[in-house]
Design a protein. Structure first.
Length: 241
């Protein structure tokens, strides 16, 4: 994929998330591995801000580049101006810190620990998946408040039973992670543990995290899972079990 296509796709998905009501205020974030898409001019760019240490070193990401939504930035603004509401970071040669190199000194999303932990695993395992996405899909979050859907098995089975697409496109189901503090290493560790064997991870009472070959692919997974959740909620509202 070309760098401009990747950025346009991020802007497109950000607009859809806002339209769907899944991205209130600065809710949600996205990170795309763009290492294969950038040219030598970009590689030579100096840092725009002091290097930031990573809580956990990520040696497999040494010298990799990522486009990240900016912390505190709105998806609806990123949809119109992706380089004013996100930035490009480079992981240092020792894999223990990162620098923002373009286009503005915008610091990356508060959920960077979860995104980078998953990207580390994807690179380590030679995966073709380049994008990670976190958003707040209303009905999936609603179901996570119900005790009967607090487990991975119960929730995945429920979602598969709603429409055939869910089993077809999300055969590994959705892993359910109990509530953890947003932006925490605990959330990152749990996400990493579950994403390797599921299509997406539900952060209970918060949102969903998914991976994809590109950001559209990562969005489609959450869109299908939430369609099932919408149908389940409609059934519950109609007074049926
Ligand atoms: O970036 O959604 O989980 C804002 C959030 C934190
Ligand atoms: Zn969130």
């Amino acid at each position: 994929m070309l760098f401009t296509d990747t950025i346009n796709a991020c802007a497109e998905v950000a607009g859809i998330l806002w339209q769907k009501g899944w991205a209130e205020r600065n809710g949600g974030n996205l990170v795309v591995n763009i290492t294969d898409e950038i040219d030598d001019t970009m590689r030579r760019l100096p840092p725009l801000a002091p290097a930031v240490r990573l809580a956990v070193p990520l040696p497999a990401l040494t010298g990799r580049y990522f486009y990240c939504k900016g912390t505190g930035c709105r998806m609806r603004d990123l949809a119109r101006k992706p380089m004013d509401n996100g930035s490009i970071i480079r992981i240092a040669p020792d894999g223990a810190s990162y620098e923002v190199i373009a286009c503005k000194p915008i610091m990356p999303t508060s959920e960077l620990p979860s995104h980078l932990a998953v990207h580390h695993k994807l690179v380590e395992t030679g995966s073709d998946k380049k994008a990670t996405l976190h958003t707040h899909p209303t009905e999936l979050v609603a179901l996570s408040h119900l005790p009967q859907y607090a487990s991975t098995d119960e929730l995945s089975r429920c979602l598969w039973d709603m429409i055939p697409e869910t089993r077809l496109f999300c055969p590994k189901g959705i892993g359910v992670l109990p509530y953890a503090e947003p932006g925490s290493e605990e959330l990152a560790e749990g996400t990493l543990r579950l994403i390797v064997s599921h299509d997406a991870v539900l952060w209970a009472k918060h949102g969903v995290f998914s991976i994809g070959t590109d950001i559209i692919d990562a969005f489609d997974t959450i869109d299908i899972l939430n369609k099932s959740a919408q149908i389940r909620c409609s059934i519950l509202v109609a007074g049926n079990q």
